[in-house]
Structure formats: structure tokens, C-alpha cells
Design a binder for this molecule. Structure first.
Ligand code: AMP
Ligand code: ZN
Length: 469
């Protein structure tokens, strides 16, 4: 597979470190509110990546954290803990809202056919591991204590900006919303590993640590959870582009300082979904959630198709006009698959060229829109319906658009009817053998009267219920 690597800023051949085993880590949601459909764009495209790798013969082990502590309203360690803010808003405890929004997140994922990662780990379950990592960073001289918080010293690294490739990003911290300069920091880009004494005294969840009662910073959780479950190296790390700086930059800094060697080889970043006014937000404008789309009458998988039509590295603008077009296209697509009338077995010879085209399309930096073109071309091609149906099911292992759902929604099979048809066909066979063609024709007519058409083939007589269209 060819894939764009944010680390090298190039499209590269994907070569996992351990043969066919792929270790994949994904930054999970901060569970202080519902996910908006922008967040879910990232998770949809990461889901396609995981499924494509499995389709192409790899075995992916995927880990995701749940941020239920430590993510402040500004990624640069200022503002309030988002979880506390959410709890205040809803007059609940932090753990109550963490549970509620974690469940809501996975319910949304289910509706969008996003597979749950193999391991999902809430940050609050790993405090011991975070403390251990911070202790090692202090011992190795990469961290310091100031104002009773523990900070990572970014000046100790030769190439702190390895992911962004330039230092302008650092300056951006200075122009973020609600930034207050933290006078404890030795360098502007230093970040908090552990908060003890600070203006966040009201923090609801606090833990004992060698540096006093406190709570972890946001970045440490992803490094620590990834290393806990996937070991000292990582093939691919995913997230939205806003995570590149400072979050992923800081993850690399602390993981490599802790491990003493290179950590993650490929960085996969999904561009943002925007609305007309710009970046999608949970506080400004219409809060676009999966439930809202459902209330408006959209099948959530229409939104999945909407995302698959665009390349993950291009910003995507959301509008209801485009979504309406995608909804019609989705219905037409399901209709085409529903109308396939397979007889006999699919043909490997017919299927193989299309499978190869599909692999090539998605293997080209996850070009999902080309993958969809292969699907449409296949449905129009001069191959048997049995092969078409088998291919649609096969591609759906990656696309997860429930392409056969309308077929499954057809009236449930009436077993008594099937038994009756089978008996009639057998009776007709015997009549033909006895050269009683009048009886054979009468049976055919009898079947037709019940809406059953039959066809004699070399493999025997096949039947189907007459189509409405
Ligand atoms: P959060 O819950 O804020 O930690 O974000 C969850 C994921 O959604 C992260 O990978 C973000 O990078 C990603 N994300 C945030 N906003 C957007 C957006 N507008 N479009 C796509 N992905 C986003
Ligand atoms: Zn993360």
C-alpha cells in the first residue's frame, strides 16, 4: 500500500515492522460532549484504513484511548479541563458524563459501521503507567518540576518539530484562544506532564503521585497507552490534522525520550470537515451530530458515503444540498445491488480483475472515491449477477456501506413456499422424464401463478420470484 506519511511528508510504501502484523494507534474522543460529524469523519477514514489493511492481508491490532481527564480547553495547557467543563454544564459528575459520552460515541460509531478498536482504554485507568513514564522522563533529565507541576523540556530534544518540520507552529500557541502565559515553562513549547498545584484546584478527579495529589496532562496518555498495549514500536498512528501540533508532536517527544529510540513510523492524518463558516465546532452554529442527521431523516450511512466520496487529505465542506445528492446516490446503489438476481456460483475469473482494481484504488493513499468508481463500474460490467453480488459483499468488507441491506430487508423467506416450489420442480422433472410435457407445462403455469419463474439450465432448473421492476 502507498500511504502519505506526515512524518516524511511523502507518499510512501507501507512496510510494517513485523511482517503482516500491523500495530495501529488512534487518538480517541474527549468524552465531554457528543462527537460532531467532523470528529466522525476522522474515525470513518481510520476505520477504512484498518479494514483495507485487513483486506489486503495484514492483521491489524488497533488501540484507542478515551480521554476522560487532562484535555484542557486549549491544547496548549491553558483553560479548564474539558471534562470538568462538561460536568458543570450538565450538573453531573465527571465520571457520569465520561460514561454517557463514551457510550454515545460508540453508538454513533455503530450507526456509521465503524468497528470498535481491539483495545479501548480510558485514561483514568492508566494513572500508574503515566506516573511511571513521567518518573523515567524526570530521571533521564527530559522533565522538570516548576510551580509544582511537572513539565517536559522540549529544548532537550534535537528535533522537537520533527512532525511539523518548522517552528512556526510553536508561535501559533501564542495566538490561540484563551491563552495565558504559563510562567513556569522554561520554553514556550514545553508542556505539562502532571498537574499538581495550579489554578486547576477545582479538578474533580485527582490521584496521589510522587509530586503530590494531581492529574495527568493530555499528551502523556496517548504515549503511555500506546506503549502499554503495543510495545516499544508502532507502525501507524492516526488522528485529525489538528492533532499534529501540539498533541502528536508532544507524543513523539515524550515517547522517544522515554524509549530512547524511534517510536512510530507512519503518521496518518485526516483533514477537517468544515461547515460553510469554517471549522466545525461543538459550541458555535448548528451542532452537527449523527442523531441530528437521523432526526432530519438521513440514514447515517449516507454520511459515511459522503466521506468516502472525498480523499481523506482534502478538506471537506459539509452541506445539506450535497448530503441530499449522496442520499439519492446511496438509494440507487442499494437498489442496484437489490436487483441482482444471482444464479449459480460466482466466477473467480470474473471477480479477480475487479478485486485487483479495488485493491489498487485503495492502496493508492486510500483513494476511496476511486474504490467507489470500481464498485460502480463492476455493477455495470458484463459479468454474472452472482459475481457482482459476491464482489459487492467483498468490497463492503472495507466500505461498510451495508450494500446488501435492501436485499436482506426483502420479505423473509417463506420456507413452506420454498418446499412447495422444490416439490413442484421435482414433479415437473419426473413428468419431463416420462415425456408428459402437458403436465410439465401445467406445473410451470402453476408456479407462475404464484409469482415463480423457472429456467432450465445445464446445472438443473433454477427459479426466482418475479421482480417488481
Ligand atoms: P477530540 O474529541 O476533540 O479529541 O477529537 C477527536 C478526533 O476528531 C481527533 O482525531 C481530532 O483530530 C478529530 N477532529 C476534530 N475536529 C475535526 C473536524 N472538523 N474534522 C475532522 N476531524 C476532526
Ligand atoms: Zn492522542
Amino acid at each position: 500500500m502507498q500511504i502519505y506519511n506526515t512524518l516524511t511528508k511523502k507518499v510512501e510504501e507501507f512496510i510494517p515492522l513485523h511482517g503482516k502484523q500491523v500495530k495501529m494507534y488512534t487518538c480517541g474522543p474527549t468524552v465531554y460532549h457528543f462527537a460532531h460529524i467532523g470528529n466522525l469523519r476522522s474515525y470513518i477514514m481510520e476505520d477504512v484504513l484498518e479494514k483495507y489493511l485487513n483486506y489486503a492481508g495484514y492483521q491489524v491490532k488497533r488501540v484507542m484511548n478515551i480521554t476522560d481527564v487532562g484535555h484542557l480547553t486549549s491544547d496548549a495547557d491553558t483553560g479548564e479541563d474539558k471534562m470538568l467543563k462538561g460536568a458543570k454544564r450538565e450538573h453531573k459528575t465527571v465520571m457520569e458524563i465520561a460514561k454517557m459520552y463514551t457510550d454515545a460515541f460508540f453508538a454513533d460509531c455503530d450507526k456509521l459501521n465503524i468497528k470498535k478498536p481491539d483495545i479501548v482504554e480510558p485514561a483514568t485507568q492508566c494513572i500508574e503507567e503515566f506516573i511511571h513514564m513521567i518518573e523515567v522522563l524526570l530521571e533521564k533529565g527530559y522533565a522538570y518540576r516548576a510551580g509544582e507541576n511537572i513539565y517536559f523540556d522540549t529544548s532537550k530534544l534535537d528535533n522537537y518539530h520533527v512532525l511539523t518540520g518548522h517552528e512556526e507552529e510553536e508561535l501559533r500557541v501564542g495566538v490561540r484562544d484563551d491563552v495565558e502565559e504559563d510562567v513556569n515553562k522554561r520554553n514556550k513549547s514545553d508542556f505539562v506532564l502532571w498537574f499538581t498545584k495550579s489554578k486547576f484546584d477545582q479538578q474533580e478527579l485527582k490521584w496521589e503521585s510522587p509530586w503530590g495529589v494531581g492529574y495527568p496532562g493530555w499528551h502523556i496518555e496517548c504515549s503511555s497507552i500506546a506503549i502499554k498495549h503495543l510495545g516499544e514500536d508502532l507502525d501507524i498512528h492516526c488522528g485529525g490534522v489538528d492533532n499534529i501540533f501540539p498533541h502528536h508532536t508532544n507524543e513523539i517527544a515524550q515517547s522517544e525520550a522515554f524509549l530512547g529510540h524511534h517510536w512510530c513510523h507512519y503518521w496518518f492524518h485526516v483533514q477537517h470537515l468544515n461547515d460553510k463558516s469554517g471549522k466545525m465546532s461543538k459550541s458555535k452554529g448548528e451542532f452537527l451530530t449523527v442523531s441530528l442527521l437521523e432526526q432530519k431523516g438521513y440514514d447515517p450511512l449516507v454520511y459515511r458515503l459522503f466521506c468516502l466520496q472525498s480523499h481523506y487529505r482534502k478538506p471537506l465542506e459539509f452541506s445539506y444540498e450535497v448530503l441530499d445528492n449522496v442520499a439519492s446516490a446511496y438509494q440507487r446503489l442499494l437498489g442496484r445491488v437489490k436487483n441482482l438476481a444471482p444464479q449459480g456460483e460466482p466466477s473467480a475469473q470474473e471477480m479477480e480483475p475487479f478485486k485487483q482494481k479495488f485493491i489498487d484504488a485503495l492502496g493508492s493513499d486510500l483513494n476511496t472515491s476511486s474504490g467507489l468508481t470500481v464498485l460502480y463500474d463492476m455493477l455495470k460490467a458484463e459479468i454474472s449477477d452472482a459475481s457482482k453480488l459476491a464482489l459487492a459483499e467483498d468490497f463492503d468488507r472495507v466500505l461498510s456501506l451495508d450494500l446488501t441491506k435492501q436485499r436482506r430487508q426483502e420479505a423473509p423467506v417463506d420456507e413452506a413456499l420454498v418446499a412447495w416450489i422444490t416439490e413442484r420442480i421435482e414433479e415437473r422433472k419426473q413428468a419431463k422424464k416420462a415425456k408428459d410435457f402437458a403436465k410439465a407445462d401445467a406445473i410451470r403455469a402453476e408456479l407462475l401463478a404464484r409469482g415463480v419463474t423457472i429456467k432450465d439450465t445445464r446445472e438443473g432448473t433454477v427459479w426466482e420470484m418475479a421482480h417488481e421492476s
